[in-house]
Design a protein. Structure first.
Lengths: 208, 208
């Protein structure tokens, strides 16, 4: 008897569609998407509208800074446009999230250059696929004598490969290239540190 | 030197706003919200618009069925409107997600009644706060002789309390009230079952 019934999932099409769209997000499966959709259904109308508008506004407004390629809602981002920052000190990062992390540390007063990736031959990402030529152009450009370039790519195989490539590419311009220090993280416990971190901490030891 | 710099988080306001709105969702903290926002930023424009539109459409269209109080984009939901379903067999569930779960099991051919909660005195939720009066009205109403009411509230303290309350409230109408069977879940391992489940499985044993 139950066999010849027209079955659906008991959800109105508008809910099914929302669940489908939400489950496209990274790390969100169908179950989590359903939970989010039910939560949104029970939320005040203006909260849901605020989320939808924030999505549209982000896509409408946010682009890349023409100078550092960080996220910006203007042709030049607030950091590049700030005369108080040291424009001859450039910190090179893989992505906008790395830039945010360094800004949060509140110790860097220079400007940035966002590569939007790292060299990863296995994934088919070569030097021309990330914003390396744009960095070289900044160093060459308008005699704005860059004092130092801090290469702050990740401490991963790809990040290290990118750092090495950049160091070589920058050499002809006589710019000082540095790399972030590696060692124990703040609060790090020797006992639980991995060997690679400990090796870095030992080889990079500093005199007190 | 770095002290007198105007600091921000290095994010355009439109991104900050999106992160804030996303982190209102249940189980999504600020880190996950940032990750989602960056993912959305890198997605094609029409995918982000599709998500925003799905949100607005859901809020615009989805309401409750006037008969079973399940989610519906029409005054009467497809299940209540389906003449092929057994309208004298009502399955009472706590929420729309429970209705979906039972529909997925593809074995129930009756109709539903969604309570939108369970009696939970500790949380201040009494019988009048959920759709119990509406269920009684359906049983009393238009002589549509209800044959059986399956009380499919959760196997939790609140669900059991609600089931007990409903069984008593329905008694005067001479309607048969049943409760979902409790026992080992499909694929369940005796060794790893909790005592309450095992006790239910033993007391509810059936002859082969």
């Amino acid at each position: 008897m139950a066999e010849n019934l027209k079955r659906n999932d008991g959800l109105p099409p508008a809910m099914t569609r929302l669940v489908k769209e939400l489950s496209r997000l990274p790390g969100i499966g169908e179950k989590t998407a359903s939970r989010l959709a039910f939560n949104l259904l029970n939320r005040p109308r203006d909260e849901v509208i605020a989320l939808a508008e924030a999505l549209l506004e982000m896509k409408e407004r946010v682009g890349l800074c023409g100078e550092c390629f960080g996220l910006s809602d203007a042709p030049r981002c607030p950091i590049c446009a700030d005369p108080g920052r040291e424009h001859d000190l450039i910190c090179v990062v893989e992505g906008p999230a790395d830039l945010m992390a360094i800004e949060r540390a509140r110790t860097f007063a220079g400007v940035y250059h966002v590569l939007h990736g790292a060299i990863a031959p296995l994934d088919g990402i070569g030097p021309d696929d990330i914003k390396i030529a744009e960095l070289i152009a900044r160093v060459q450009g308008d005699g704005a004598a860059v004092r130092e370039i801090i290469i702050a790519t990740n401490a991963t195989v790809e990040g290290e490969a990118t750092a090495l490539y950049l160091a070589r590419a920058l050499k002809p311009f006589g710019v000082k290239a540095t790399r972030l220090a590696r060692g124990l993280p703040a609060g790090g416990d020797l006992e639980y540190s991995d060997s690679a971190t400990l090796a870095s901490a030992i080889s990079g030891r500093r005199e007190l």
